[in-house]
Design a protein around this ligand. Structure first.
Ligand SMILES: Cc1cc2nc3c(=O)[nH]c(=O)nc-3n(C[C@H](O)[C@H](O)[C@H](O)COP(=O)(O)OP(=O)(O)OC[C@H]3O[C@@H](n4cnc5c(N)ncnc54)[C@H](O)[C@@H]3O)c2cc1C
Length: 307
């Protein structure tokens, strides 16, 4: 089921079928704050009042013409203005294929520079999301290049990739700001652990290593992005046992998932950032959320047809 949903996430025919189906649009609202900037600002404001930071994602990926990449960049600049105007405690998350990576690397880097400069002007940060393994190398290369020029940038490492241990070791030495997640794409067994238990074990191994005292001295900062209660508890236990202060790392979760746990972590004094996606291009994001937990399909169907 996971494979089928991840295949459909990239299939154009399925995208137009699903996005034009109004019940699907309603279902997507469980994971997406809305289609407009105003709805995203309202969701972010509400989370801020509950003591949570936010990362706003103006949904979009895999654009194949320059105009679309420039338009996505312009949308991010408007979003940053809105963060400033509304005094939100929020940063932004971007995908490099949304900014033109598949068209021209230098176009993508220039677009990133414009977003980073604006974010820096308003005192916030930009996080580069990680896409499929076809983009890992180039994403890390662009991250490193821009990390030399800007102080306000971070990226993502996926625990399911075999290469991530080596990447994290190097990034820690470079003082990288890293969001660690399990990984949401369909990957072959020669690049990613096929078994969930191995992914979970690797996640914990990478978390502990990144939070070591030596790495923290290099100003390496970790964002523990998971809804997995076991990993969250183990991270807390490890931090407590090793003198890692709650201000020296943060937890991150996705909008609409485990909202009670999000609140509980804030109440316990942990930094919590919620990833808030919005926009009309919600289809692949929505399908990846269904693929993570196919039981969501039945849950959503039940809710749609019983309301
Ligand atoms: C802030 C954030 C940013 C992310 N950025 C990226 C990125 O840049 N690149 C990337 O590849 N992936 C990204 N992801 C997705 C990530 O890789 C995983 O696919 C996703 O978080 C599910 O894994 P998990 O760690 O929650 O653990 P799992 O073991 O999958 O889930 C643990 C528990 O969390 C709950 N849960 C998890 N997913 C769902 C869901 N969809 N619906 C309902 N309940 C759920 C369930 O209760 C489940 O039992 C991000 C995740 C987060 C939280």
């Amino acid at each position: 089921m996971r494979s089928v949903l991840l295949y459909l996430a990239g299939a154009g025919w399925s995208r137009s079928l699903v996005t034009n189906f109004f019940l699907a649009r309603r279902a997507a609202r469980r994971f997406v704050a809305g289609e407009t900037l105003d709805e995203a600002v309202a969701a972010a404001r509400q989370l801020n009042t509950k003591g949570m930071m936010v990362s706003l994602d103006h949904l979009g990926e895999s654009v194949h013409n320059k105009e679309a990449a420039l338009s996505a960049t312009a949308d991010y600049l408007v979003l940053l203005d809105a963060i400033y105007a509304n005094k939100l405690d929020a940063n932004v998350s971007v995908k490099l294929t949304q900014l033109g990576l598949d068209i021209d690397e230098s176009l993508c880097v220039d677009n990133m520079r414009r977003i980073l400069a604006k974010a820096s002007e308003i005192g916030t940060t930009v996080n580069i999301d990680m896409e499929s393994s076809a983009y890992t190398e180039i994403t890390l290369k662009i991250f490193r290049q821009l990390n030399q020029e800007y102080q306000n940038i971070g990226t993502v490492i996926q625990a399911y990739l075999y290469r991530s241990e080596g990447d994290m070791q190097q990034l820690a030495q470079e003082g990288g700001v890293i969001r660690l997640c399990k990984g949401a794409y369909k990957e072959p067994a020669d690049v990613a652990f096929p078994e969930k238990a191995d992914v979970d074990a690797n996640y914990m191994k990478l978390t502990k290593a990144y939070l070591s005292e030596e790495n923290r001295q290099h100003r390496a900062y970790l964002k523990v992005a998971t809804h997995d209660p076991k990993i969250i508890q183990e991270t807390i236990d490890y931090a407590e046992a090793n003198g890692v202060k709650p201000t020296e790392f943060e937890f991150q979760m996705l909008y609409g998932i485990r909202t009670q746990t999000q609140l509980e972590l804030v109440e316990k004094g942990y930094r919590m950032r919620v990833y808030v996606p919005y926009g009309t291009e919600w289809y692949p994001y929505f399908m990846r959320r269904l693929a993570e937990r196919p039981a969501n399909i039945w849950f959503i169907m039940k809710n749609l047809f019983t309301k």
